[in-house]
Design a protein around this ligand. Structure first.
Ligand SMILES: [Cu+2]
Length: 124
């Protein structure tokens, strides 16, 4: 009788342990997904009309990947500059250039090196 009780108790503990381990693993998996989601992305093309779109809305304090692609050889803009973030990148024709940064709250400009073509970053 006593042996049976011990075995049942041991089985119950074993099942509880597995359930707790499975729950813990699920919780961790959720966290990893959240981490992956915590990057925001945006795309901007440089065309004959300038930067398109000419304004981007981003969330503050969330890492951002903004991809610029220059689609025109007309005009002066062969690079993009974000002075507030001390970022300046060449934009080779038809090549995607991804800028990674963490935006802070406020409004910022991105522009060609001479500041003739401009776009706006709205960070909330
Ligand atoms: Cu320019």
């Amino acid at each position: 009788m006593r042996n049976k009780t011990t075995i049942i108790a041991a089985c119950a503990m074993f099942i509880v342990t597995i359930a707790v381990a499975a729950y813990a693993r699920d919780t961790n998996a959720g966290r990893v997904v959240q981490k992956a989601d915590a990057t925001q992305t945006a795309k901007v093309e440089l065309t004959d009309n300038g930067f398109e779109p000419s304004s981007l809305k981003l969330k503050a304090n969330v890492p951002a990947k903004v991809t610029f692609t220059r689609r025109t050889d007309a005009g002066c803009a062969k690079e993009v500059e974000m002075k507030d973030y001390k970022i300046k990148r060449d934009l080779p024709l038809n090549e995607s250039v991804t800028i990674e940064f963490t935006p802070r709250k406020g409004e910022f400009t991105f522009a060609c090196a001479m500041g003739m073509l401009k776009g706006k970053l709205i960070v909330e």
